[in-house]
Design a protein around this ligand. Structure first.
Ligand SMILES: [Zn+2]
Length: 70
């Protein structure tokens, strides 16, 4: 009898808030657009091994959801 082993690997994306904010041109909320950074990490069995690709920064408005490139 053989026991199947399931190895899970892939890419996991994390998004973190960087604490900067700016005016949202879409809904005119002052400091409504928050700066976020996403970075991809390759994982094997949910253990992060290395960073894949580059990180990406963007502004996203917490009020209306509009996104702007940083
Ligand atoms: Zn907005």
């Amino acid at each position: 009898m053989c026991i199947p082993f399931l190895f899970v690997c892939g890419e996991h994306q994390t998004t973190k808030k960087l604490g900067q904010a700016r005016f949202c041109a879409n809904c005119s909320t002052k400091n409504g657009a928050q700066l976020f950074e996403t970075s991809g990490r390759f994982h094997f069995c949910y253990i992060p091994l290395c960073k894949t690709g580059g990180s990406r920064r963007f502004y996203r408005c917490v009020t209306c959801g509009a996104m702007y490139p940083a």
